[in-house]
Design a protein around this ligand. Structure first.
Ligand code: PLP
Length: 389
């Protein structure tokens, strides 16, 4: 099986697995306990926090240090960022229409609870159109917070986060970015982005599922979503896991430390895969290919084919791929991202997602391309013959 569904989750790096088992073997206790074993656990948690801030070039020194909050993953970080930022602020929540369901579903819930939510449209390039935001700000509309992803999980298209920050800064509007798919693929510098909160998660970069983080800029007031203990400044209470905290820090260190090499390798694989598919399959188009993109994500449409049939057939042929956000898979809903891009129905219907990782080889890509081509030709001809009969 050739695994090309890395945007859903990556397979764990054996070095991370080894690291986790070493920390587990230390039989650590509650890091909030005041005794010596508790202090040992605490130092692992705090070292991990510090390491994350350093990797993202967040502020680590003294009174103006940014905060790294451990969560259960990207979904929780997105939920916490949005609810936390708007709780004490008046006005609308602004999100883009191509956000991950963990942002959009929360926005819809807040809408049901009476909050005004404004959706930024998407251009056909796959980039969010920020013109309406500029207008709302110019017209003096009250905006509580803006959430826009750094890179889209379906197309890989990079989003204009810095432009959004530039617009919002003067108006004092906090900005959150979901950097889940970008971390470890492209440079992610928290201070340079100048956002107020940033989401990331371990399992998209060969770490374990179940641990993620939210970096929060110094001085940003946020409300918790969970209530209980005083852990993590009471912003995310609950006993912290030294094992998972350390696994997240180690995974991030590996991913960011090797990012440039990984980028080159993934770009090479992506270009090979795209060029073969486009040459061999009539009507195949790569969506979002005119915009700057992540090195590992291909959204490709085979016009006239059905994405779900294609995915099933590829699975049987030994290629694991996705049809959109993993959180939405299983549903027969067409991709909200591709629809927001204004693509014709036929293109949306026939689009699958091929997502590579730093572990994908050129040989695998070559083989995958042959299998995908075979399946596309077969499904295409089946369709034509059934239509003519
Ligand atoms: C862009 C984006 N944000 C958030 C998430 C959710 O992350 P998690 O699975 O860690 O909850 C995902 C996962 O697919 C994602 O791709």
């Amino acid at each position: 099986m050739i695994y090309l569904d890395n945007n859903a989750t990556t397979q764990i790096d054996p070095r991370v697995a080894e690291h986790v088992s070493q920390i587990l073997a230390q039989r650590l206790v509650n890091p909030a306990s005041q005794h010596a074993p508790g202090r040992s656990s605490r130092s692992i948690v705090e070292d991990s926090r510090e390491s994350l801030l350093i990797r993202f070039n967040a502020r680590t020194r003294g009174m103006h240090s940014d905060r790294a909050i451990f969560t259960s993953g990207g979904t929780e970080s997105n939920n916490l960022a949005i609810c936390g930022l708007i709780a004490q602020r008046q006005g609308a929540l602004v999100v883009s229409s191509i956000e991950h369901p963990s942002v959009l579903a929360m926005a819809q819930r807040l809408e049901l609870m009476g909050r005004t939510v404004r959706y930024l449209p998407c251009l056909q390039s796959g980039q969010v159109d920020i013109q309406p935001l500029a207008q709302w700000i110019e017209q003096g509309e009250a905006i509580a917070a803006v959430s826009i992803m750094l890179a889209n999980n379906e197309t890989g298209v990079l989003q204009p986060v810095q432009e959004v920050v530039r617009l919002c800064k003067g108006a004092g509007i906090p900005v959150h970015t979901d950097a889940v798919q970008a971390v470890g693929k492209i440079p992610v510098d928290f201070q340079a982005l100048d956002v107020d909160a940033m989401t990331f998660t371990a399992h998209k970069m060969h770490g374990p599922v179940g641990i993620g983080g939210l970096i929060v800029k110094h001085g940003i007031e946020m409300e918790p979503m969970l209530y209980g203990g005083f852990q993590q400044g009471a912003l995310r209470p609950g006993t912290e896991s030294p094992v998972l905290a350390s696994a997240l820090a180690f995974t991030t260190e590996l991913a960011i430390g090797q990012q440039e090499v990984r980028f080159e390798r993934m770009i090479q694989c992506r270009e090979l895969l795209e060029s073969i598919l486009i040459a061999e399959i009539p009507g195949a188009i790569v969506l979002g290919s005119d915009a700057p993109r992540l090195p590992h994500t291909i959204s490709i449409s085979f016009a006239g084919l059905d994405r779900q049939l294609m995915q099933l057939a590829l699975d049987r042929e030994g290629v694991a791929c996705g049809t959109g956000s993993a959180c939405a898979s299983g549903s027969s809903q067409p991709s909200h991202v591709l629809q927001a891009m204004g693509l014709p129905k036929q293109i949306v219907q026939g689009a699958i997602r091929l997502s590579l990782s730093c572990e994908t080889t050129l040989e695998q890509v070559q083989q995958a391309a042959e299998r995908i081509t075979r399946v596309a030709h077969r499904l295409g001809s089946t369709k034509n013959s059934s239509q003519s009969s």
